[in-house]
Ligand binder design. Sequence first.
Ligand SMILES: Nc1ncnc2c1ncn2[C@@H]1O[C@H](COP(=O)(O)OP(=O)(O)OP(=O)(O)O)[C@@H](O)[C@H]1O
Ligand SMILES: C[C@@](O)(CCO)CC(=O)[O-]
Ligand SMILES: [Mg+2]
Length: 387
Amino acid sequence: MEVRARAPGKIILAGEHAVVHGCTAVAASIDLYTYTSLRFPTPSDNDDTLKLQLKDIGLEFSWPVVRIKELLPEMDSHAISSPSSCSFEAIKAIAALVEEQNIPEANIGLASGVSAFLWLYTSIHGYKPAKAIVTSELPLGAGLGSSAAFCVALSAALLAVSDFVKLEFSHQGWQIFGDSELELVNKWAFEGEKIIHGKPSGIDNTVSTYGNMIKFKSGELTCIKTNMPLKMLITNTKVGRNTKALVASVSERTMRHSNAMSSVFNAVDSISNELATIIQSPVSDDLAITEKEEKLGELMEMNQGLLQCMGVSHASIETVIRTTLKYKLSTKLTGAGGGGCVLTLLPTLLSGAVVDKVIAELESCGFQCFIAGIGGRGLEISFSGSS
Ligand SMILES: Nc1ncnc2c1ncn2[C@@H]1O[C@H](COP(=O)(O)OP(=O)(O)OP(=O)(O)O)[C@@H](O)[C@H]1O
Ligand SMILES: C[C@@](O)(CCO)CC(=O)[O-]
Ligand SMILES: [Mg+2]
């Protein structure tokens, strides 16, 4: 039997970083997914290993189950329903298991993802042999929530074969979890994100689990309903960065300048709330849409200015901003910043010829542009083979 889960990436329209400090942010899922499949050997396969294959990267890791048992303490199976954080001892044991795999230096950023895999696998599924295969349509470590999509898809596939979830194994095609199961997936994925991000707000795993467009503050989500046709150009600057380090750098700046930074965070909170209100209010005609788009563009520019104050912009991001400004288009970074992906609002009445010109100019700088569907489905599960 094989179980597959897919979880979407996301864009943050407003509020990244400030959301880690208790402020409001607005995010939407995008139609680019991370897929995890789990296959279990039969006794005749005589295979007592846990394998993780990262297909697009061309890497495979493998641990004898006895080696994992030797280093990691056995989990209490009741703990599945109440996700727990990885203890200091478990972190150390997992670090040793990851180190034994000799991850190539060029891919060393994957170590945190592999650690999250080991924690989620052993916590939810125990010490049984299996092969997990992961593929992703998302650029890794580029601000589109690849770490959260990975944790959500993995937690979901593991929970789908646990006793805590009742699903129809014979059902063909993608199916969705019920509310309580989604909540459990989201909580486990958050624990995985902690291993990768250090101090995540939970917005990325929440929007990946539930999909749609959400407003998020202090762990609470509100679904945003909109009939506004929102189109964003996503530009990947291809400058590598790491969310954990960027989140930590904002926290350090907050400790050095607590009053100034709290004003910055409050301003972001107001921007996110205003942006959510604009997106949610009904649109009647083209003029109304254009007026709203102008306000949204202005709020994105203001948010970008405040992200620069937090120290998470980058020369490559500034180049995208300058380039799109020539066409009177508004741009802000999305996700943790420091490089990665940038959003440019494409107004409804903007001609296709102008969009093509902007893309050509950005791509001539070595960036990669694409337009993704916004606010679609969240996590989904499918089964194949006999049980
Ligand atoms: N498909 C995947 N397979 C294995 N590890 C992954 C995968 N996707 C993400 N990761 C892990 O997550 C890390 C990237 O996470 P990071 O939070 O820095 O970026 P992001 O999630 O893409 O961006 P943001 O957090 O700003 O939205 C990778 O270095 C890797 O450790
Ligand atoms: C930078 C950040 O705000 C968003 C990353 O997509 C981190 C988080 O909320 O966990
Ligand atoms: Mg991330």
